[in-house]
Design a protein around this ligand. Structure first.
Ligand SMILES: [Zn+2]
Ligand SMILES: [Zn+2]
Ligand SMILES: [Zn+2]
Length: 772
C-alpha cells in the first residue's frame, strides 16, 4: 500500500483487523509504504481488504493498493515486522494533526494519568513534521529524542493494540516536555501552574508569547480593545486582520455565521484558520479585523491551547504568528526572546524543540468550495499528485508569499508558507526549509524552475543554485504557471482557456501582467509556450511598486488612461488627495517616469477601491480589494454591471485582444456623482469585471472551439468575483475548473511551474523516442 501509511497508526490498525478476521501474516514498513502478507480463508481476506480501505485511520491516506496472490506458508499468527528502510523513500513524514477526541478526553479527565498534561498525543494526533529532523520518521530523528520514555509510556509504545503504539512523540508528566514562564528578558517567572498564570495575564490584558506547534504565537484577549491595539502597535501591524482562537465549534457559532462546510473545515485534522462571516455586534474587539465583515477563526489544536480554554473566563484569544511584519515565524526560544522581547509581556515556553517553522494554514469557502489561502501546518509535507511522472526538480515560485515545490515521480511536495522573499530572514528560511525537504524526500533536483522575472531574488537564487550544481534552469511566465497549476490539479492536458486574474507578474513583453486570458496546454509539441488571447488594457502604474502600497496612485493611472480630467476637483475629493499631489502624479505618467505599464486585475480592484472608498494607502497588499469585496457581498447580483468592452477585430497570437476599461470608469464616476450607494457601485464593478472575462472566454471559444476554462490567480480569493465568473461561464455552457489543493494565489505558483517543466521534459523524452 502506498500513501500516507507510516507514523499514522496504520500498522496497529492492520494488526487489529487481521486479529478480528482471524487471519495470519505480517505487516512491515518499506520505502514506498507498507507491505502486508495475509493468509487465511478467501472470504475473510476479502473482508479484510475491504475494511482496510473503508476503515482507514483518520490521518492515513491510501494512494494505491497492489494485490498479488502468494502460496500459503502455514503461518498461524499476525506479526508486525520492524523493517530496515533503505533506498529512496516516498512516504516521508506525516503532517501535524490536531489533538484527537480520545486525547482530549484524557486531558480533561482528573482520573487519567495525563490529566492536564500539555503534550498529550497518540498515533491519531500530535506534532509530526514540525518536530522531525530527518527520515525515517522515528523518535531518535525527532526533537523528542532527548526525552527518554518512562516504563509506562514505553509499554504503550510497544503494544500493538495500544493507541500509542509507535506514537513517536509519546510522553507524560513523568518523562516528557515541560512548560515554564519567562519574562521578556529571559529570566524565569516563578509559577506553580504556568497555564493558570498565563490565563491571568491574558485576562489582565497582557500580551503573552506562546510556544506552539509550528512556532510562537502572540496572544491577547480578543475581546479587549486596548490589549489588541497594544499588540498592533508593538508588532507594527495595523490593518491586517488577526486570527482568533475560540474554545469549540459552539463558541465559533456564537461569533460567526457558520456554513456546514466551514464548520467541517474548522474540525479537520489540520485545524486551519477559516475565514468566516462575523455576526454583527459580536464580543470581539473591532480592532481585530477592521473594515472587513469576516473573521479568521480556528479551534485549539494542541493540548496546551485546550488548557487555556478550560477557564470559562477565556472566551476568544487573538493568536497571531509571532514575527515582525513579514519575517518568518519565530520557533526558537532564544530567537523569540530577541525578536519578540519588545512585543510580549511574558512567554509561555517549553523544552520541546520546534524543528520546522510552520504557520497556521488559512482556508476560505470560495464559491462553495474550500480554497487554500495559505497552505502550511496540517498540510505540509503531504504530497500533491501530478498528472504525469516528472524527474526530480525544484520549482522556486515567485517573489512574495513564497512557497517552493519539490517534485519527483507522480508527486509534488510544497513547502510551508515561507513569507516574502524580500528580506534576508525570508531567504534563510527558504534555504533551511529546502534542505530539510530535500533530505526528507531524498530528492536531488535535476532541474530548477523559476519565474520569468529576471529581477526576483528567487530567480537569481535559482540561477546560482543551478550553476553550482551544473543543472539546467527553466523560466516560466507567472500567469502561465498559475493556469498550469489548475490544469495539473484536474489532469487537464488542454488546450484550455485560462483566466489568470492576479496581482502582478512579469510578462513576455516586459510589461506587468495580471488580467490575462491565456490559451494553455500541457501536451503537444511545445508545452513551454502559450497564447495570450486577451488582457485588461495597459494602464500606467505611477511609482511602480509604490502603487501597490498606495492605491490612489493606481487610481490616477487608471483615470488618466480612461481620459478622465484629473483637474476635476471632484476627483481629488473622491481620492482624498490634494490637487497638487494629483498634478505631480500626472506629470510622472506623462513623462513616463518610473511608471511601468500594467494589465493587472488586482491593481484595477485597488484603483476602484481608492476612488469608491477613498482608500489612500494600504497596510497589506489586497486590503483595498478585500474591503471592496466586503461591501459588495450583500448586494443582489446586478446585471449587467459596468461595461468593459473587448476590442473588435481578429485575434492573432502576437496581437491579443484588449479589455477596455474606459467606459467602466465613466459609468462608475457617474454613479458616484449621482449618489448611488457604495455597496451598489462595488457590486456593479464586480459584475462588470466578471462579465468582461466571460465575454472574452466566449470569443476565445468561437475562434478555437475550446470549452474548458481554468481559473487562477490571486483575485480568485475574491468570493464575489469567483462566484460571478463561475455562474457566468456555466451559463455559457463552459466546463469550469478551480484550484482545490493548492492556492490560486502565489502560494500555488511553484506547483504550476513544476507542472510546466514536467510537461516540457516529458515531451523531450517522448520525442527522443525508442532510440533516445
Ligand atoms: Zn490523540
Ligand atoms: Zn511517560
Ligand atoms: Zn500571481
Amino acid at each position: 500500500m502506498r500513501g500516507v501509511v507510516q507514523g499514522v497508526g496504520f500498522r496497529p490498525f492492520v494488526y487489529r483487523l487481521a486479529a478480528e478476521e482471524g487471519l495470519a501474516g505480517s505487516i512491515g514498513n518499506d520505502t514506498d509504504g507498507v507491505t502486508i502478507e495475509i493468509e487465511g480463508p478467501l472470504q475473510k481476506i476479502e473482508a479484510f481488504l475491504s475494511r482496510l480501505q473503508s476503515q482507514t485511520p483518520p490521518l492515513a491516506r491510501i494512494d494505491s493498493v497492489t494485490v498479488r496472490p502468494l502460496a500459503p506458508n502455514g503461518e498461524t499468527e499476525f506479526r508486525i515486522i520492524s523493517s530496515q528502510v533503505t533506498g529512496p523513500v516516498s512516504t516521508g513524514i506525516p503532517a501535524d494533526a490536531a489533538t484527537c477526541a480520545d486525547c482530549l478526553n484524557e486531558l480533561l479527565d482528573p482520573a487519567d494519568r495525563r490529566y492536564r498534561y500539555p503534550f498529550t498525543n497518540c498515533t491519531n494526533c500530535g506534532p509530526r513534521f514540525t518536530i522531525t529532523r530527518r527520515i525515517p520518521y522515528d523518535r531518535p530523528q525527532t526533537s523528542m529524542a532527548k526525552f527518554t520514555m518512562c516504563a509506562v509510556c514505553q509499554a504503550e509504545y510497544d503494544d500493538p493494540l495500544n493507541r500509542r503504539f509507535h506514537a513517536q512523540p509519546n510522553a507524560c508528566w513523568d518523562c516528557g516536555p515541560r512548560l515554564r514562564m519567562e519574562s521578556p528578558d529571559g529570566s524565569p517567572i516563578l509559577a506553580n501552574d504556568p497555564i493558570a498564570s498565563t490565563i491571568e495575564r491574558l485576562l489582565a490584558g497582557e500580551i503573552v508569547g506562546l510556544k506552539g506547534i509550528g512556532g510562537f504565537h502572540l496572544s491577547v484577549d480578543a475581546t479587549n480593545s486596548i490589549a489588541v491595539q497594544r499588540l498592533r502597535e508593538r508588532k507594527h501591524r495595523y490593518g491586517k486582520p488577526l486570527a482568533v482562537m475560540v474554545r469549540d465549534i459552539e463558541a465559533a457559532r456564537e461569533l460567526c455565521l457558520l456554513a456546514s462546510a466551514e464548520a467541517a473545515q474548522l474540525q479537520t485534522p489540520a485545524h486551519p484558520i477559516v475565514l468566516v462571516r462575523a455576526r454583527e455586534n459580536n464580543r470581539i474587539a473591532p480592532e481585530v479585523a477592521p473594515g472587513v465583515p469576516w473573521l479568521g477563526i480556528f479551534l485549539p489544536y494542541a493540548p496546551l491551547q485546550h488548557l487555556l480554554f478550560t477557564d470559562p473566563r477565556v472566551g476568544a484569544l487573538v493568536m497571531t504568528s509571532a514575527n515582525l511584519s513579514e519575517e518568518p515565524i519565530a520557533i526558537d526560544n532564544e530567537e523569540a526572546r530577541t525578536r519578540l522581547g519588545k512585543i510580549a509581556d511574558a512567554f509561555l515556553m517549553h523544552d520541546r524543540e520546534i524543528l520546522q517553522r510552520c504557520d497556521d494554514s488559512v482556508i476560505a469557502l470560495v464559491d462553495r468550495a474550500p480554497q487554500l489561502i495559505r497552505r502550511a501546518r496540517g498540510y505540509v509535507p503531504l504530497g500533491i499528485e501530478l498528472p504525469f511522472e516528472v524527474p526530480p526538480m525544484l520549482a522556486v515560485g515567485g517573489h512574495l508569499k513564497s512557497v517552493f515545490t519539490l517534485a519527483q515521480g507522480r508527486f509534488a511536495y510544497q513547502s510551508q508558507h515561507l513569507g516574502d522573499l524580500e528580506n534576508l530572514a525570508g531567504l534563510e528560511f527558504f534555504q533551511e526549509s529546502l534542505a530539510h525537504l530535500m533530505r526528507t524526500f531524498e530528492i536531488e533536483p535535476e532541474v530548477v524552475v523559476r519565474d520569468l522575472h529576471p529581477g526576483y531574488l528567487s530567480s537569481s537564487w535559482a540561477n546560482d543554485w543551478a550553476t553550482a550544481r551544473g543543472i539546467p534552469v527553466v523560466a516560466v511566465q507567472h500567469h502561465h504557471a498559475h493556469i498550469a497549476g489548475c490544469m495539473a490539479e484536474h489532469e487537464l492536458n488542454g488546450p484550455v482557456i485560462g483566466l489568470s486574474l492576479d496581482g502582478t507578474g512579469y510578462g513576455t513583453d516586459g510589461k506587468i501582467w495580471g488580467g490575462e486570458v491565456l490559451i494553455c496546454w500541457l501536451d503537444g509539441p511545445d508545452p513551454a509556450s502559450f497564447d495570450r488571447f486577451a488582457h485588461l488594457e495597459y494602464v500606467p502604474m505611477p511609482g511602480g511598486e509604490a502603487a501597490i502600497r498606495e492605491p490612489w496612485r493606481m487610481a490616477v493611472g487608471h483615470l488618466h488612461a480612461a481620459g478622465i480630467d484629473l483637474g476635476d476637483p471632484a476627483i481629488a475629493e473622491f481620492l482624498g488627495a490634494a490637487p497638487k499631489e494629483l498634478a505631480l502624479m500626472r506629470r510622472m505618467i506623462e513623462r513616463g517616469l518610473n511608471t511601468p505599464l500594467t494589465s493587472s486585475c488586482g491593481r484595477l480592484f485597488d484603483a476602484v477601491a481608492a476612488v469608491v472608498l477613498a482608500r489612500h494607502t494600504v497596510d497589506y497588499e489586497p486590503q483595498a480589494a478585500i474591503e471592496l469585496e466586503g461591501i459588495a457581498m450583500d448586494e443582489p447580483d446586478e446585471d449587467p454591471g459596468y461595461r468593459c468592452a473587448l476590442t473588435e477585430g481578429d485575434w492573432a497570437p502576437r496581437e491579443p485582444l484588449q479589455i477596455r476599461i474606459d467606459s467602466l470608469w465613466t459609468e462608475l464616476l457617474a454613479d458616484l456623482r449621482r449618489g448611488v450607494s457604495k455597496p451598489r457601485i462595488a457590486a456593479r464593478f464586480h459584475t462588470g469585471v466578471a462579465r468582461a472575462f466571460v465575454e472574452a472566454a466566449v470569443r476565445a471559444r468561437a475562434l478555437t472551439g475550446i470549452r474548458q476554462v481554468a481559473m487562477s490567480g490571486g483575485c480568485m480569493h475574491n468570493r464575489q468575483l469567483a462566484r460571478l465568473l463561475r455562474m457566468g461561464l456555466e451559463a455559457e455552457r463552459f466546463e469550469v475548473f478551480q484550484h482545490e489543493q493548492v492556492s490560486p494565489g502565489d502560494g500555488g505558483l511553484s506547483y504550476g511551474q513544476a507542472a510546466i517543466a514536467g510537461a516540457i521534459l516529458r515531451n523531450r523524452r517522448l520525442s527522443r523516442g525508442p532510440h533516445g
